[in-house]
Design a protein around this ligand. Structure first.
Ligand code: ADP
Ligand code: MG
Length: 692
C-alpha cells in the first residue's frame, strides 16, 4: 500500500466522517470538535451508527472506551457489537454506548477521592480525538470520571487545562484587537527508547520485573566514542523502525524522524506536532505499539528512564507552543522580536509562569525512574531554568539590565564548500543542557521521563500560562495607552522573573551554587519534588483555572508518592531476591572452584604457585560476605517503613535508594572478578551489543 493510502487507514478520520454522516450531523459534530461546543446528544445515535459501520468494514467485532487512568498506561474493556435479534444477531452501537461507559473503576488509583465501596466510574467520549480500529476493536477515546464528578484520569484535566488557556489567550488577544475562534496548544513529543534482544532480556529478572537493571558492571565499551548517535541503522533495528513507522502511520500518527541516540542500543522517534490532547493519545499509542512491534522482531522495547547505569537514560522532549485557529503562533518572534509587543508579552508571561510555578513543573515529571536521570549528565539538572538563546537573551538583558540591544540579522551562511547552497543561519544556537529552552517558535521542556504520560507536563504548563495571561489581562484591560502599558508590564515581568533565565551550560559545576544564590528550587528526588503540589499557591492556581479541585490536586500528588514508594519497594525486593538466590550462590560456586583448583594444584606439587588463586578466593569471599551484610541492611530498613506516603517516600529516597546503591556496588565489583561461566546474568555487553 502507498504511504499516502496507508496513512490514517485505521482511523475514523474527518474525511470518513464527512462521507458517512448526514450533513447537519457532521456540521454539528465539527462545531463540538473545533469550537468546544457541548455535544448535541441527539446526533450521537447517527455518529455511533456510522462509526460502527465503518469499524465493521475494517473487521472490528468489538468496541472499547479507551481511557487514561492515573498510571502511565491506557485502559480498555472490550464489548462486542452483537445484539440478539430473534435467533440471530445484529451489529449495534447505540448513541449511549458511544457517549458513556461504566467500567468497574474500583481497581484504579484514585488517591482517596473515592471509597472502594463507591466504585462507580464513568467514561465519556472525547470527540476531539479520533476513534480508530486496532486488532479487531473500535477504540473510542474517552475521559474517566467518578460518580461524584472527580476526574480519575489524565485526559479530563488536560482538556480542562486546554480550555483554560484557550479562554485566557483569547482574552489577551482581544486586547490586541485580534479575534479568533480557538487558541490551541500544540505538542510534539520526541520519544527515546532502548531495544534489547528478547533472549537476553528474559534472562534478566530485574529488567522483567522493574524495567531497569539493578545490577551490572559497566561494559568495557560504553558511549565514550560517541559513535552511536545518528549512526547508520543495523538491519534488525532498521526493519523494526520501518514496521513501526508503517504501523503508526496506519493509525494516523505522524511519525517523522527516527535515529540512533547517544547510548548504545538507544533510539529516538519524533512525530510531527499536533493539538495537545491528540499528541497525548498518539504518544500513548506509540509507546504501546513500540513494545508490540519490538516483540514481533524478537526484541524488547525498554521505555524506562534509566535501564542501564553509566550510559544515557531516556527522556521525552515536550515541544510546546500555542496557535490560533487562524494560524498565528503566539510564540513566533517574527523578524524583530523586540518590536513585537504581543510576542514579548506572551514570552514574559511564560517566563513568569515557569518561575512562579517551577515547583510543580519539576514536580509533575517526578518519578522513581526519572530520579536517576535528572541531574545526571545527559539530562537537565533538577533545577528549572529558561534558556532564551542569543537573540532573545540579548533583548531581555537589554530590558532588564538597561544594555543597548543591537539586532542581529540572520546571516546568510555557507558551509564553505563552493558547490553548497547559501542558507540562512539561525539567529540562535541550541542549548541541550536547558530544561526549558526556547527553540525558534516553541519551548522545549526536556525534563520529562520516557515512560510518563505527555499529559502531565502539559496540564501544568497550560494551567500556569493561562494564569499568567489572566493576570496580564487584568492588569492591562482598560489601559489608556495600551502599547505603553503593555511594554511596561512586559518589562516588569521580565525584571521580576529574571532569575529563572539561564543562557549558559546547565551541566556546568557552578550552576547549582548559582541557582541556590538565585533562590531557585533544586528538588532532586520525587519525595522532595512532589510535595510542591501541597503548597497553597500551587493548589490555588489549579482551582482558579478550573483544572482541578483542591481534593484532586492532593489526590494526584498522593498517588505519585504512593507510586514512587511502591516502585522502589518492588526494586528492593527484586534486588534481595537476585542477590540472595542468584549472585551469592554463584560467587560461592566460583570460590569453591578456585579452592578446588588450589587443592588440586597442591596435591600435585607444593611448588605450584597459588598466591593469585588464594588472593582472589579471599577477596571474593570477603565481598560476598559484604553483599550479604548490605542485603541484610536493605531488608531491615525496608521492614521498618514509617506509616504514610510522605514519610515512606522520604525513607525510600534517603535510606533505601542509598542501601540499594551499596548492594549494587559490591555486586558489580564481584561481577568484574567472577568467571563469566559462573555469573548468573547476561552482562551489559550482552544487553547493549547483541543486536546486529
Ligand atoms: P529537535 O528538537 O531534534 O531539534 P525539531 O526542532 O525539528 O527537532 O522538532 C522537534 C519537535 O518539535 C518535533 O516533534 C516537531 O514536530 C515539534 N514542533 C515543531 N514546531 C512545533 C510547534 N509549533 N508546537 C509544538 N511542537 C512543535
Ligand atoms: Mg529535542
Amino acid at each position: 500500500m502507498k504511504v499516502t493510502e496507508l496513512f490514517g487507514s485505521n482511523v475514523f478520520t474527518d474525511d470518513v466522517m464527512k462521507n458517512a454522516l448526514p450533513r447537519e450531523v457532521y456540521k454539528s459534530l465539527r462545531k463540538t470538535i473545533d469550537e468546544g461546543q457541548p455535544l448535541d446528544s441527539s446526533i450521537a445515535g447517527a455518529v455511533a451508527n456510522a462509526m460502527k459501520d465503518w469499524a465493521v468494514s475494517k473487521g472490528a467485532t468489538h468496541y472499547t472506551h479507551w481511557f487514561q487512568p492515573l498510571t502511565n498506561l491506557t485502559a480498555e474493556k472490550h464489548d462486542s457489537f452483537i445484539e440478539p435479534s430473534g435467533d440471530k444477531v445484529i451489529m449495534q452501537l447505540t448513541g449511549k454506548n458511544l457517549i458513556v461507559g461504566e467500567p468497574d473503576a474500583s481497581s484504579f488509583p484514585s488517591g482517596g477521592t473515592r471509597e472502594t465501596s463507591a466504585a462507580r466510574g464513568y467514561t465519556a467520549w472525547d470527540p476531539t480525538s479520533p476513534a480508530f480500529v486496532k486488532e479487531g476493536t473500535l477504540y473510542i477515546p474517552t475521559v474517566f470520571v467518578s460518580y461524584t464528578g472527580e476526574t480519575l484520569d489524565k485526559k479530563a484535566p488536560l482538556l480542562k487545562s486546554m480550555t483554560a488557556i484557550d479562554l485566557q489567550a483569547k482574552r489577551l488577544l482581544k486586547l490586541f484587537g485580534i479575534t479568533c475562534r480557538k487558541v490551541s496548544t500544540t505538542v510534539g513529543p520526541e520519544q527515546e527508547y532502548f531495544l534489547v534482544d528478547e533472549d537476553v532480556y528474559t534472562r534478566r529478572k530485574d529488567l522483567m520485573l522493574t524495567g531497569r537493571t539493578l545490577f551490572g558492571a559497566p561494559p568495557a565499551r560504553g558511549q565514550e566514542l560517541d559513535d552511536h548517535y545518528f549512526a547508520s541503522l543495523k538491519p534488525r533495528i532498521s526493519a523494526f523502525m520501518r514496521d513501526l513507522d508503517e504501523t503508526l502511520w496506519s493509525y494516523g500518527i505522524f511519525a517523522k524522524t527516527k535515529h540512533n541516540e547517544a547510548a548504545p542500543a538507544q533510539h529516538e522517534l519524533a512525530p510531527v506536532f499536533t493539538t495537545t490532547n491528540v499528541a497525548v493519545d498518539d504518544n500513548q499509542l506509540t509507546m504501546e505499539l513500540m513494545k508490540k512491534v519490538a516483540q514481533k522482531h524478537h526484541m524488547v522495547c525498554l521505555l524506562h528512564e534509566k535501564p542501564f547505569e553509566g550510559v544515557n537514560g531516556s527522556g521525552k522532549h515536550n515541544n510546546w507552543s500555542l496557535s490560533t485557529d487562524t494560524g498565528l503562533n503566539l510564540l513566533d518572534p517574527g523578524e524583530n522580536p523586540e518590536k513585537n509587543t504581543l510576542f514579548m508579552l506572551v514570552l514574559a508571561c511564560t517566563i513568569a509562569a515557569v518561575d512562579r510555578y517551577q515547583g510543580i513543573l519539576r514536580g509533575c515529571v517526578a518519578s522513581a525512574g526519572n530520579d536517576h536521570r535528572l541531574g545526571a549528565n545527559e539530562a537537565p539538572p533538577a533545577i528549572i531554568s529558561v534558556y532564551l538563546g542569543d537573540q532573545l537573551g540579548a533583548i531581555v538583558d537589554s530590558i532588564v539590565l538597561g544594555r543597548e540591544y543591537v539586532p542581529k540579522k540572520a546571516i546568510p551562511g555557507s558551509i564553505g564548500v563552493p558547490e553548497s547552497p547559501i542558507f540562512p543561519i539561525d539567529t540562535t544556537d541550541r542549548n541541550r543542557t536547558s530544561p526549558f529552552a526556547f527553540t525558534g517558535n516553541k519551548f522545549e521542556f526536556r525534563m520529562m521521563g520516557s515512560q510518563a504520560s505527555v499529559a502531565d507536563p502539559n496540564i501544568v504548563l497550560n494551567t500556569i500560562v493561562a494564569e499568567s495571561f489572566s493576570a496580564a489581562v487584568d492588569a492591562l484591560g482598560g489601559a489608556q495607552d495600551f502599547e505603553k502599558a503593555c511594554a511596561a508590564y512586559t518589562n516588569k515581568l521580565l525584571k521580576e522573573h529574571y532569575r529563572i533565565i539561564f543562557n549558559y551550560n546547565g551541566y556546568g559545576p557552578d550552576w547549582e551554587a548559582e541557582a541556590e544564590r538565585r533562590g531557585l528550587l533544586n528538588n532532586k528526588t520525587t519525595a522532595d519534588a512532589v510535595p510542591e503540589f501541597f503548597r497553597r499557591e500551587n493548589i490555588d492556581v489549579f482551582v482558579r483555572q478550573g483544572v482541578y479541585t483542591e481534593k484532586e490536586v492532593v489526590a494526584r500528588a498522593d498517588i505519585m508518592l504512593e507510586n514512587y514508594v511502591k516502585t522502589i519497594n518492588i526494586e528492593a525486593l527484586t534486588m534481595l531476591e537476585m542477590g540472595r538466590q542468584d549472585i551469592y550462590p554463584a560467587v560461592n560456586g566460583y570460590i569453591a572452584e578456585i579452592c578446588s583448583v588450589i587443592a588440586a594444584k597442591r596435591a600435585v606439587s607444593e611448588k605450584f604457585a597459588c598466591a593469585a588463586d588464594t588472593a582472589l578466593a579471599e577477596q571474593l569471599s570477603l565481598m560476598n560476605e559484604a553483599l550479604m551484610q548490605a542485603l541484610k541492611k536493605l531488608e531491615k530498613d525496608l521492614r521498618e517503613m514509617p506509616a504514610g506516603v510522605g514519610p515512606a517516600s522520604q525513607k525510600m529516597a534517603h535510606v533505601i535508594v542509598p542501601d540499594m546503591e551499596a548492594v549494587r556496588t559490591v555486586a558489580d565489583g564481584m561481577e568484574q572478578l567472577c568467571s563469566s561461566d559462573y555469573w548468573p546474568y547476561p552482562t551489559y555487553e550482552d544487553l547493549l551489543y547483541s543486536i546486529r
